[in-house]
Write a protein that binds this ligand. Structure first.
Ligand code: ZN
Length: 162
């Protein structure tokens, strides 16, 4: 059992990075956007340092996202601070969809945090982004022993814009 299991960490994100995500999301409407988040674990939480957009190559980018393979692989190999994923939900709330959870194993082993952004529909102006942060946890039960069926879940994390 990992020492961090169940621990509630805070995700610290500079307002400049949050604004970059927001600008990118609004500029790409009505399509979904995606990208990676760089940062590192620090005392009491995870500090985000950068957002790097990645091209959404989903056949239906209005309702799905798929990271451009080449850009994603470049990040995996060249960004030692790769720590998370961001994508947007242009028409719904920033909570993980069933599809998001199904696709989680594709990225989960490499990442610790997961961000979803949505336009704040309550403001009317569509200029404000609702941002949710989640921590990626592994569901492996150590009592089962060697599990070939590792699964992951997303636990809501405290977001702190600095
Ligand atoms: Zn989603």
């Amino acid at each position: 059992m990992a020492a961090l299991h169940g621990q509630q960490n805070t995700l610290y994100i500079p307002s400049s990075v949050e604004q970059e995500m927001s600008k990118y999301m609004f500029a790409s409407l009505p399509q979904e956007t995606c990208g990676v988040v760089l940062g590192e674990a620090a005392a009491g939480g995870i500090r985000i340092s950068r957002f790097q957009p990645i091209r959404n190559v989903a056949p239906d980018p209005l309702h799905h996202f798929a990271l451009d393979d080449a850009e994603w692989i470049r990040c995996v190999f060249n960004e030692p601070q790769l720590i998370g994923l961001f994508h947007s939900h242009p028409r719904t709330t920033p909570v993980p969809s069933n599809e998001d959870l199904r696709n989680l194993p594709i990225f989960a082993r490499l990442l610790q945090v997961y961000f979803i952004g949505s336009p704040d529909q309550t403001t009317g102006t569509q200029s404000k982004m609702l941002l949710n942060g989640y921590q990626i946890h592994s569901n492996v039960d150590s009592s089962i022993g060697m599990s070939h069926d590792q699964s992951y879940n997303l636990q809501p994390a405290q977001l702190c814009v600095t």
